[in-house]
Design a binder for this molecule. Structure first.
Ligand SMILES: [Fe+2]
Length: 238
């Protein structure tokens, strides 16, 4: 069984198109998205339409939940006041731009998806199995990883939210952060597609990075009235 995982898309339609085509070219059996469909780039409605059109199932991110329920805050973490101000502008922009149809789609996304593949229990969620806005970085201690595995009641956990891809095996548990399709933060601005092979004896994970029409998205961010800051961030992948 080969899965294609599309992490945090964040309104980046061009990256999504390239990531989707890459997954198809890799011969995946099924594609899932990890939520956080809007924010920072302008194509929130187009991203939702694309997912519906291509039958891509997925889970609800903190950003989707906040947009769908008209919250006052996106539930994101900031490093300083300037970043907080920029993020709030993006959140307000997205709340104004989002269509009812997209909100309904986000509202109806499940918190998690359970799969059973080759007798392995797989759980897909946005950030952690208990809360959708905790940042589960690779350098969290082993105790945290194992606690999450216990909460998930799964052998394989697939998630995103940090925009930093990693794959870790502890004992018999597999932890896969799929990275971000539309807003990588690891210094590599190319889109990130996570391909997972689930076999009887092992699990193989690869992260494919692909160039996409980033210029088109940069121009669209600037034209949209979103802060130029997000165009810069997209290019720097920070
Ligand atoms: Fe998120």
């Amino acid at each position: 069984m080969r899965l294609g995982i599309l992490g945090d898309i964040h309104g980046n339609l061009e990256a999504l198109k390239t990531a989707y085509q890459t997954a198809i070219d890799e011969g995946v059996n099924k594609i899932y998205h990890l939520g956080d469909l809007g924010g920072y780039a302008p194509f929130v409605n187009e991203v939702v339409d694309f997912l519906i059109e291509h039958n891509i199932e997925g889970v609800q991110g903190n950003y989707d939940e906040a947009i769908a329920y008209d919250r006052v805050h996106c539930g994101c973490k900031y490093e300083n006041d300037f970043q907080a101000k920029m993020a709030q502008l993006s959140f307000e922009w997205t709340k104004r731009a989002v269509k009812e149809k997209s909100k309904d789609y986000m509202k109806n996304l499940p918190f998690s998806i359970d799969l059973n593949v080759n007798s392995r229990k797989i759980k897909i969620f946005h950030a952690t199995p208990v809360k959708n806005n905790i940042y589960w970085y690779e350098d969290r201690n082993e105790k945290f990883f194992l606690l999450m595995a216990q909460k998930a009641k799964a052998d394989v956990m697939i998630y995103g939210h940090t925009h930093l891809p990693y794959f870790k095996k502890i004992g018999s548990f597999y932890f896969i952060n799929a990275g971000s399709v539309g807003k990588p933060k690891d210094g590599d601005s190319r889109t990130c597609i996570c391909i997972i092979d689930i076999n009887y004896h092992d699990i193989k994970v690869k992260f494919i990075r692909k160039n996409y029409d980033i210029k088109k998205v940069v121009d669209a961010i600037i034209e949209s009235g979103l802060p130029d800051y997000f165009a810069e961030k997209l290019v720097l992948a920070k």
